[in-house]
Design a protein around this ligand. Structure first.
Ligand code: S3P
Length: 209
């Protein structure tokens, strides 16, 4: 895809003639690095990983994949049905397989399911990815989600313990942590600013930069 920097028609005459002379300017190193960026969004259910991820990908003009939606697409049934028919263990097995492929080969923005950080080998899978952690308190998550039937994990009586266990993993894996209660546009802007500042000649280009 083209980077966002393009030049439009230079004169009114060209514009009125409908001429399309848009073309990319010489790509800077930052542009190239942003076009090949790999960003994974992590965080608890309800943090807005998919919403922020989609908006972020659009702002950076890169591809977006929602890992859960991709899993459902491949298996052909919804996540609640997978939980019902194969249990959580079966779901995790599928999730691990899909993420393995997405993260090994993909570029762009990927939104992970809230429990993906507990999968075996996820650290290695995320090694070359910038990891954005959308931080949300458990009570706020419950308020946002209510009794969402599409999220079988909400039925777990030990949800508090699950949250606590994951918190350490989210924090350890994060390249950057953002308060998920901020407006989506602000979150996107923060990530874009960080990506550009840590790409190119003056930034290390490294995910933790
Ligand atoms: C899960 C979170 C869900 C989905 C599945 C399990 C979890 O994704 O992967 O229902 O274990 O927290 P979201 O975080 O997008 O809701």
């Amino acid at each position: 895809r083209l980077p966002p920097r393009t030049v439009g028609p230079r004169s009114a005459a060209l514009r009125s003639a409908g001429a399309c002379v848009s073309r990319p300017l010489a790509w800077t190193r930052v542009d190239r690095e942003v076009a090949a960026v790999r960003i994974a969004l992590i965080g608890f259910m309800g943090a807005g990983k998919s919403t922020v991820g989609r908006a972020l990908a659009e702002a950076l003009a890169v591809d977006f994949v929602d890992a859960d939606a991709e899993l459902e697409r491949r298996v052909g049934v919804s996540i609640p049905v997978i939980f019902r028919e194969r249990g959580e263990v079966g779901f995790r097995r599928l999730e691990r397989r899909v993420l393995g492929e997405l993260l090994a080969r993909g570029v762009g923005v990927v939104a992970l399911g809230g429990g993906a950080v507990e999968l075996d080998g996820v650290d290695a899978l995320l090694e070359d990815w910038r990891v954005v952690y959308l931080e949300l308190g458990l009570e706020e998550a419950k308020l946002r989600l209510g009794q969402d039937p599409n999220r079988p994990m909400l039925q777990r009586p030990d949800l508090g313990a699950v949250y606590a266990r994951r918190l350490a993993r989210y924090e350890r894996l994060a390249s950057i942590t953002l308060d998920a209660t901020r407006p989506v546009a602000e979150l996107v802007e923060s990530v874009v600013t960080w990506v550009r500042a840590t790409s190119g000649p003056d930034g290390s280009g490294s995910p933790t930069g």
